[in-house]
Design a protein around this ligand. Structure first.
Ligand SMILES: Cc1ncc(COP(=O)(O)O)c(C=O)c1O
Length: 362
């Protein structure tokens, strides 16, 4: 009988109790969160202003929207703050109420979960492993001609870490505009890409009204508990309909206050990018020399590995890592990912070196 336990990356308590580990001894390579922790400027401001919890946030989030507007170089009117990108994924799907949805997969499972409440049919367009999970845009357009009205993609994508260029996105969204297909792009990981301007679809919201881009502070700004996300669209009618359905004050007052500070902390942003870019390059280089794995190009703060060694499973690799206190993601639960895959994010250099050593020795 197969008795292997099934864990999600956030099941830290369960994993610790199963393996007899202490929570503080664990390095979380499965959570995709910036290892630098909160912006020091945001931390200090939060500590000095706990009284903010005694006030409701501004219902329009005006100053926060102005800060996001500067950060993303897009008009403040295009921005809808929310309770993490998760709330916006849910609101967008409810408001759009699509009939036939195409999802680029393998990807984050929440899109499918939310769609399952919507009455839409859902189908995956399989990104090809042999093409490093990069979509073939003309082929994708051909697939979209089969009667879809909604397209979901994550860019850079979780768990593949692959990315679609802005140039390809323009071609794709323009095709979708002609076919009346609305496009949702989840850019949760875009700030980790080497060249953000080459990947982000935010400027395209000025050109196309069949587009909404979602972002948040959970990963890059290491603030998943703050629950600050935002949507960007040039479709004012759609944005106001989403806002009407949104629970009032959905983003709490501290999240709105601290969000403004972290988005303006340029030193922290620079340090994060330097750390992730240099460690990602180093880890990829080291792992490429190991025949046990295939390493894919990575644009997000995580790396996907295919296990090539016969008989070695993703669960074996997960277990070898957890025994050293290193939690990585066993990717066996992702749809459209055939074979043995693991994913891990970039942490501090000494922890990354420990992980690479464990992986090399399997
Ligand atoms: C692709 C993707 N989108 C969204 C989320 C959730 O983000 P938030 O914390 O902003 O709701 C995650 C979290 O793992 C994610 O991987």
């Amino acid at each position: 009988m197969d008795t292997k336990p099934v864990f999600h990356g956030s099941d830290i308590e369960k994993i610790c109790s199963y393996y007899g580990l202490k929570k503080e001894d664990i390095v979380k390579f499965g959570a995709n969160v910036n290892p630098l922790g909160l912006s020091p400027k945001a931390s200090a401001a939060i500590a000095a202003h706990v009284d903010i919890f005694s006030s409701y946030p501004d219902r329009e989030y005006t100053t926060l929207r102005n800060t996001i507007s500067e950060y993303c170089n897009i008009p403040a009117d295009f921005i809808l703050p929310g309770n993490g990108s998760s709330e916006l994924i849910s609101l967008l799907i409810q408001e759009k109420a699509p009939k036939h949805t195409l999802i680029l997969g393998p990807t984050y499972s929440e899109y499918s979960r939310e769609l399952s409440f919507s009455g839409s049919t859902q189908e995956y367009y399989h990104l090809q492993e042999s093409k490093d999970f990069e979509p073939d845009i003309p082929d994708l357009c051909k697939k979209l001609e089969q009667g879809y009205d909604f397209l979901i993609l994550c860019n850079p994508n979780n768990p593949t870490s692959s990315a679609i260029s802005q140039q390809d996105l323009r071609q794709l969204i323009s095709f979708c505009a002609k076919k009346n297909i609305f496009v949702m792009i989840d850019e949760t990981y875009v700030e980790f890409t080497p060249n953000i301007n080459a990947i982000t679809a935010v400027p395209l919201t000025r050109e196309f009204t069949n587009l909404m881009v979602l972002r948040g502070v959970s990963k890059f700004f290491a603030a998943p508990g703050m629950r600050l996300g935002y949507g960007i669209t040039g479709n004012m009618d759609f944005l106001s309909k989403m806002r009407e359905k949104q629970t009032p004050w959905s983003l709490n007052s501290m999240g709105a206050f601290a969000g403004e500070i972290m988005l303006q902390d340029e030193d922290y942003i620079r340090q994060t990018r330097e750390l992730i870019l240099s460690e990602r390059t180093r880890m990829i280089k080291e792992l490429k020399s190991v025949p046990t794995y295939k390493v894919y190009p990575a644009y997000a703060n995580f790396i996907l590995l295919k296990i090539l060694k016969p008989g070695l499973t993703s669960y074996d690799v997960f277990e070898a890592c957890i025994r050293q206190g290193l939690i990585i993601r066993d990717c066996s639960s992702f749809q459209c990912l055939d074979g043995e895959f693991v994913r891990f994010c970039i942490m501090m250099p000494e922890d990354n070196s420990r992980l690479v050593e464990v992986l090399k020795n399997l």
